[in-house]
Design a protein around this ligand. Structure first.
Ligand code: FAD
Ligand code: FES
Length: 254
């Protein structure tokens, strides 16, 4: 069930200058969250950031009533959230959107670019419960863009690309040598910049591997009223906020 709740700030954990984890405590046991679900977060009431900002749910702890977000600063809203003070109330609407459909007993390739890794730890947990093997491929411009290596490593093999070659293989995600032989993978899951997901989707389709992508279109309302988030699919326009953010790549008209 969707909830609108005031949550208290439990902490802001800086990962580097522009990336952090925001931890909140929920007033009651959090709603059940599936990997890919997101929240619409109210930043403050000033005209610049009047609209809520959509952020994937990064982690949830039902016992301790905690919910957290992995955030990269891209503008005023994400910068302001980093300044949140302990115990401050932050209003969120969640859980919104659909979720990944983790395959059972599969061999998953999970690809994250930049802040696109946000929903992928929850996905890893769901895949593990369903007894799938996991290989992660994380990409960034430079080594400091690669986060949470150790957390992902708990669930499977972690491969890395950086565009400047400072960590892992040099190049973009789709330049990684894993793509020389991907036929052993039974499903690909990805979240990151659209050009990256499009390139991954093309490789998946060419190799006949099912692929789910989580889109990060600009959003306003977050629940299907304003139509500002629509994406074109083979079945017509769909709202990314209610019918996504996760889509089968073959359904999309990019
Ligand atoms: C379903 C969904 C889940 C998301 N999950 C995360 C997440 O877990 N972590 C995270 O860091 N970010 C996530 N994003 C992106 C995040 O919502 C935007 O970065 C944020 O809203 C920008 O707000 P701002 O006020 O900081 O920047 P603004 O001042 O609003 O914009 C600054 C710059 O960012 C660009 N921008 C704004 N919105 C988006 C967007 N949706 N995607 C890409 N660029 C955008 C603008 O074009 C502008 O150039 C998600 C987006 C969606 C739709
Ligand atoms: S954000 Fe308003 S319809 Fe999707």
């Amino acid at each position: 069930m969707k909830k609108i709740q005031d949550c208290k700030v439990l902490g802001v954990k800086n990962l580097n200058d522009d990336t952090y984890i925001l931890e909140l405590t929920t007033p009651e046991t959090p709603e059940i969250i599936a990997a890919g679900n997101f929240a619409e977060i109210k930043v403050d009431h000033t005209p610049d950031v009047f609209l809520r900002r959509p952020l994937s749910i990064f982690d949830v702890d039902y016992t301790n009533k905690k919910i957290s977000f992995f955030i990269k600063i891209t503008g005023k809203g994400t910068a302001l959230l980093k300044e949140a003070e302990l115990e401050q109330n932050i209003n969120i609407i969640y859980p919104l959107g659909n979720s990944f459909k983790p395959e059972a007993n599969g061999n998953a390739l999970v690809i994250g670019g930049g802040s696109g890794i946000a929903p992928l730890l929850l996905l890893a947990n769901e895949l593990k419960i369903k007894k799938s093997e996991i290989t992660f491929l994380l990409g960034g411009r430079k080594n400091t863009d690669i986060h949470l290596f150790k957390e992902f490593e708990k669930y499977g093999t972690v491969l890395i690309t950086t565009e400047d070659g400072s960590l892992g293989e040099k190049g973009r995600v789709t330049d990684h040598s894993i793509f020389n032989s991907i036929n052993g993978f039974t499903k690909i899951y990805t979240c990151g910049p659209n050009p990256m997901m499009k390139a991954v989707g093309e490789i998946a389709s060419a190799n006949d591997i099912p692929c789910e992508v989580s889109l990060e279109n600009m959003m306003a309302c977050g629940f299907g009223a304003c139509l500002c988030c629509v994406t074109e699919t083979h079945e017509g326009n769909k709202c990314v906020c209610t019918e996504g953010p996760v889509f089968n790549v073959n359904d999309l008209k990019w």
